[in-house]
Ligand binder design. Structure first.
Ligand code: ATR
Length: 275
């Protein structure tokens, strides 16, 4: 049976095995997908062992996406732009590195949540690996503005500077200066892991605007609560992004595209879509 895995540390909470099990069932594919915790100092050796065991592909999560990038023999354009790899595809001679995170985010925003990005004003919070991975896919949707705000202003400046000549990008610290109002505010910081929302001022969200937390939790994150308090018309967490990036990986490995909507509905507590 073809074998796949998600690699991370920690990995205990991963929903990926359940998502891929549902995809396989739905599309009639026979495969096995497991979550494996990798020692922090042993990623390349671990991947080499899985290769020897015949694994066909891997998803890679925190904190190994840069290491997966480094060991990839070839890279897709979007993996190169992200500087990170979340999907490894076995080839005859090594691994091809892909990044499906940005596509997953954009599909969830536009297809599942019905948000328009073209000519809209976006605020992206964070300038770490998670933020970097979604900048180019968001720009490809032709927003009027993509403002990147980060706690450490210099990292936001560097991220914007890595897209030379891109006039739709702006940057600042979390205290501004901003160019409000924003139609959509996306949280790509690790603040939700600490149970807090990034410390941005009130009043940045446009009337009828949306907020999106790239993190998923079975309870509303602090950022979701913040967004509701700001009157967001839509406040969604990252479950849809997780399912959509998984579907992109599944498609790369298996050549079939699962119906994400059915899986998302089945996995959402109470069967509710994002709200
Ligand atoms: P990831 O791969 O999840 O993006 P990372 O590269 O370590 O992880 O980046 C973490 C991001 O979350 C950074 O943008 C970080 O801000 P700094 O660059 O100033 O460190 C941000 N972050 C972490 N904790 C935060 C908090 N409590 N409030 C706001 N931003 C936070």
């Amino acid at each position: 049976m073809d074998r796949y895995a998600v690699l991370g540390n920690p990995i205990g909470h991963s929903l990926s095995p359940e998502i891929h099990r549902r995809f396989a069932e739905q599309t009639g594919q026979t495969l096995q997908y497991v979550a494996l915790e990798v020692p922090l100092d042993g990623f390349p050796e671990f991947v080499a062992d899985l290769r020897a065991e015949g694994f066909r592909g891997m998803n890679v999560t925190v904190p190994f996406k840069q290491e997966a990038f480094a060991l990839s023999e070839s890279l897709s354009d979007r993996a190169r732009a992200a500087g990170a790899v979340n999907t490894l595809i076995r080839t005859d001679t090594g691994w091809r590195g892909e990044n499906t995170d940005g596509a997953g985010l954009v599909r969830d925003l536009t297809r599942n949540l019905g948000l328009a990005l073209r000519q809209h004003r976006l605020l992206l919070l964070g300038a770490g690996g998670a933020a970097r991975g979604v900048v180019q896919p968001l720009l490809a949707e032709q927003p009027a503005l993509l403002h990147i705000a980060n706690r450490t202003t210099e990292k936001a400046r560097q991220l914007v500077a890595s897209f030379p000549g891109e006039k739709r990008l702006a940057h600042s610290g979390l205290d501004g200066p901003f160019h409000a109002p924003y139609d959509l505010i996306i949280n790509a910081t690790a603040a939700s892991l600490e149970g807090v929302a990034p410390a941005i001022p009130d009043g940045l969200l446009a009337k009828g605007g949306a907020i999106y937390d790239m993190m998923y939790s079975d309870r509303p994150t602090a950022f979701i609560e913040w967004g509701r308090g700001q009157g967001a018309a839509i406040a969604a967490d990252g479950l849809g992004m997780l399912v959509e990036q998984a579907a992109e990986s599944f498609h790369l490995w298996r050549g079939v595209r699962p119906d994400t909507r059915a899986v998302l509905t089945a996995m959402r507590p109470g069967g509710q879509p994002s709200s």
